[in-house]
Design a protein. Structure first.
Length: 497
């Protein structure tokens, strides 16, 4: 009797997943919650995130698996991350609880590439409720007669890693690396190690983002391998639709949306053509994600989108940066006056005003510059973090915050001390290039880049007659590649009052 009982227990515990997995996970969260794919993602994007999931497998069949999941993960700083995962599974009279704590370590090769490792010690508890059992031997079998239930607890540990190569993510996860036996009162339950491997890559196109993915599950004990593939399309960072198919002939259809930048909701439906699928109403799963605390700098992968705030709402960091630049500029001016390069212009009637600052290698003004003989410019300052796609005049998206800060100052009414210095002023955009190309190419490229900045500022409400541009060409004759890269810069000058 006991042998039959434990055989039934083993089969019931691990036969209800779509992929026949001994370790069940929230499949509907695989797009929105990368931590559910592999704990090595814990804290990688710098956010603190939480996810809740509920799935009912093969609804309509009595005793089918129901799954409740809770995941929390976040950043610990200094390239470390944490995670907590809880999975509660119930299949008829059987119930299983998995609770793990993750420590992750991230090695970043660059802003777009990195390698992560994670260990996940866990507690696993399985139990069977005799009170709900239906058997003809209930009154005679000593196990049923003396016990209300049967349970076993074991300790284990998982290992995972994740490799990111400029948005191509490959992860592998072994949830039960030690694979300790679960010790019951009247026996031992043994399970096999499994390996989950996942590959995905997000492709951005305007407002759309497509992410194809592939997953493999390999059961080391049985020597069986199963696979699953799918693709997710997300529109405008807020809504997505996904479809997938696995080797067990199950088809999944999912959808989700971000109600706000801090809450995301997803639903997945799974159906199939097998005999089991024909006798059930499919698998349903709903998930909810919460952004507890966002990172200082937006990083992927994350389902939560970067807020596109107005320049006025997001100008505080840029204003602080500008204040720092202005302080540095004032120090440079004082040093120049001390060295006799500039004269004090506090009394304009007796002292000549400083001449326009021009680089020694400056090329002629571009055709787009508005000429005004009465106009002179103050000393130029750097427009930090304004960059272009290599060899083109296309502004990188990371350039917008820096330019937006100046747009905010030009559009302001002088309600802040720093903006008073820009009321009624004009600005001159000066673009430098390196000496990597010919003089004519550099001048043409610098002019196109200056025009690109001007066009962006005009699109944000700055009057066209307040913006002048100048193509400066190469800034010096540096031979070092790193120095040449730094020579590709943008400077801005205010007009004198």
């Amino acid at each position: 009797m006991k042998k039959i009982f434990f055989t039934a227990l083993t089969l019931a515990l691990f036969s209800n997943s779509n992929l026949k997995a001994q370790y069940l996970k929230a499949e509907g969260q695989e797009y929105m919650n990368k931590f559910s794919l592999a704990p090595a993602f814990a804290g990688y994007n710098g956010n603190d995130e939480a996810f809740l999931g509920y799935r009912t497998n093969m609804s309509g069949i009595e005793g089918a698996t129901k799954l409740l999941t809770v995941d929390v993960n976040g950043d610990l700083g200094s390239s470390m991350g944490y995670g907590v995962g809880i999975i509660n599974e119930k299949s008829g009279n059987f119930s299983n609880l998995y609770a793990g704590v993750t420590y992750a370590y991230h090695i970043r090769f660059s802003d777009e590439s990195g390698l992560s490792f994670a260990v996940t010690p866990a507690v696993i508890r399985s139990s069977y409720n005799f009170l709900g059992a239906k058997t003809s031997t209930q009154n005679t079998d000593p196990v049923f007669a003396s016990e209300a239930g049967l349970s076993g607890t074991g300790f284990d540990a998982g290992f995972s890693f994740m490799l990111n190569l400029k948005g191509l993510y490959f992860s592998a996860y072994v949830p039960r690396l030690i694979c300790q036996d679960l010790k019951f009162q009247n026996g031992i339950l043994n399970t096999d190690r499994q390996i989950f491997a996942n590959l995905s890559y997000a492709i951005e196109a305007d407002k759309w983002e497509l992410e194809p993915s592939a997953e493999i599950l390999y059961n080391l004990g049985a020597g069986e391998m199963e696979w699953k593939g799918g693709i997710t399309a997300k529109y405008n960072q807020r809504a997505w639709l996904s479809v997938g198919y696995n080797s067990e002939k199950w088809v999944n259809i999912g959808m989700g949306f971000s109600a706000t930048n801090r809450i995301a909701v997803a639903y997945q439906y799974v159906c199939g053509t097998s005999e089991i699928a024909k006798n059930c109403n499919g698998t349903h799963e709903i998930s909810v994600g919460f952004l507890i605390q966002k990172a200082k700098n937006f990083k992927k992968p994350t389902i939560f989108f970067e807020e596109q705030e107005k320049a006025k709402q997001s100008s505080d960091p840029e204003i602080q940066n500008l204040k720092k630049q202005i302080k540095e500029l004032e120090e440079e001016i004082q040093a120049a006056k001390k060295n006799g390069v500039l004269k004090d212009d506090d009394n304009s009637s007796t002292n000549p005003e400083p001449q326009e600052v021009v680089n020694e290698n400056e090329s002629q003004p571009s055709k787009t510059e508005t000429h005004d003989n009465s106009k002179e410019w103050e000393m130029p300052i750097d427009m930090h973090n304004v960059t272009f796609a290599f060899g083109t005049a296309k502004l990188n998206k990371s350039s917008y915050p820096g330019i937006d800060a100046y747009i905010h100052l030009l559009n302001a009414n002088g309600d802040q001390p720093i903006s008073q210095n820009y009321v009624g002023r004009r600005v001159l955009i000066m673009v430098f290039t390196d000496q990597g190309g010919s003089k004519s190419f550099n001048k043409k490229l610098a002019n196109e880049r200056a025009e690109a900045i001007k066009a962006y500022m005009i699109s944000k409400g700055v009057s066209e007659d307040r913006i002048s541009t100048r193509a400066m060409g190469k800034s010096d004759d540096s031979k070092n590649a790193e120095e040449r890269f730094e020579n590709n810069c943008v400077k801005i000058c205010r007009s004198k009052k």
